[in-house]
Design a binder for this molecule. Structure first.
Ligand code: PLP
Length: 368
């Protein structure tokens, strides 16, 4: 299997797996005052330091959660703000966290419209929260978070950034971005699944969503997932920092694929993007058909957003970018990782081209 679905989940890094195993061998609840408890507390606090440092935050601001989804829900549900503004291309865990949220449009390149954000903020007097992702999970398009935060702060709004896909794939510094809260997820960076963090800037207060215990400075009740947190910390420490190889591989993939089939369309290609992600439409071939055909050929890719409910819908991200429903249904996401080789990419381009020649409709779609 050639695994090209790193945005869904990344393979666990050996150092992270080892840290999980070591933490599982420790007996003790981090809330206990005895030596065993203190041992487990040390594991968690060491990981907290590393996770905070990875995004330029402070350890005291890190709230460990069960993943990116919970971190996003905590950010949007845990602050007292009467208005919430989110971009139209946010992950469902942001879009679903506050059903009364107003959406801010994106342009055809998949980048949020900052003028629209300013107009919307100016149109309401109530205290607002703005939530904008750093990089989109489907297209990899990077958002102007620093600029959005400046605008939001002019209007007295708080700013949350879902950096789940960006962490580990581009430099992330929450101070430089000027955000008040930032979400991360362990399994996207080579740590175990089921653990993540919401990192709060100094002075930002949140109300816990999960009640019934004083853990995480009273911001998230429940015994901490110490082995998961240890693995998250180890992944944060072991992450490869260099991304030039990844972007060279991704650019080569797009170049060879569009040279073979000029009608292939790459979404967000003119915007700044994560180095590992490409979202490609194969004219006339449904995403699910492609995903199954590639699976049979030994490639793991995904149909736009991974479908958690078993039902694949046209991507809301592509629809927000003005892509028609029919074309959006022909898009797949290919996301590379540290193990991906030039040979993997060459084989994928060959398989993609073969499939297109077998099933594709050259008259459908456009190369625009
Ligand atoms: N935010 C983004 C942008 C994501 O891509 C994902 C996962 O796909 C999440 C949040 C949710 O993270 P988790 O799987 O840790 O709940």
């Amino acid at each position: 299997m050639i695994y090209l679905d790193h945005n869904a989940t990344a393979p666990i890094l050996p150092a992270a797996a080892e840290a999980v195993r070591s933490a599982l061998a420790i007996v003790g609840n981090a809330s206990s005052v005895h030596r065993a408890g203190r041992g487990m507390r040390r594991v968690i606090e060491d990981a907290r330091e590393v996770v905070a440092a990875l995004v330029g935050g402070k350890a005291s601001g890190v709230v460990f959660t069960s993943g990116g989804t919970e971190a996003n829900n905590l950010a949007l549900g845990g602050v007292e703000r009467a208005r919430v503004l989110v971009s139209a291309i946010e992950h469902p865990s942001v879009l679903g966290a506050r059903l009364d949220a107003e959406t801010v449009r994106v342009g055809r390149d998949g980048v949020v419209d900052l003028d629209a954000l300013r107009r919307q903020l100016a149109a309401g007097a109530r205290p607002a929260l703005v939530s904008l992702m750093l990089a989109n999970n489907e297209t990899g398009v990077i958002q102007p978070v620093r600029e959005a935060a400046e605008i939001a702060h002019e209007f007295g709004a708080l700013v949350h950034c879902d950096a789940v896909q960006a962490v580990g794939r581009m430099p992330v510094d929450m101070c430089a971005l000027g955000v008040d809260m930032l979400s991360m997820s362990s399994h996207k960076i080579g740590g175990p699944p089921g653990v993540g963090a919401l990192v709060l800037a100094d002075g930002v207060e949140i109300r816990p969503l999960i009640q019934g215990g004083g853990q995480e400075r009273r911001r998230r009740a429940g015994t901490e997932n110490a082995p998961g947190i240890a693995g998250f910390g180890a992944a944060a420490a072991a992450l490869p920092r260099e991304t030039a190889t990844l972007s060279a591989l991704r650019d080569g993939l797009e170049r060879d694929l569009t040279a073979a089939v000029p009608l292939a369309r790459i979404f967000g290609v003119h915007a700044p993007r994560l180095p590992n992600t490409t979202c490609i439409a194969m004219p006339g071939v449904q995403s699910e058909t492609q995903v199954m055909a590639f699976d049979l050929e030994g490639f793991a890719v995904s149909a736009g957003a991974a479908c958690s409910s078993g039902k694949v819908e046209a991507s809301h991200v592509l629809r927000a970018m003005g892509v028609g429903e029919a074309e959006a249904r022909t898009a797949i996401r290919v996301s590379l990782g540290w193990q991906t080789t030039a040979d993997d990419v060459a084989r994928f381009v060959e398989a993609w081209t073969r499939l297109y020649r077998r099933l594709g409709l050259p008259s459908v779609g456009s190369a625009a």
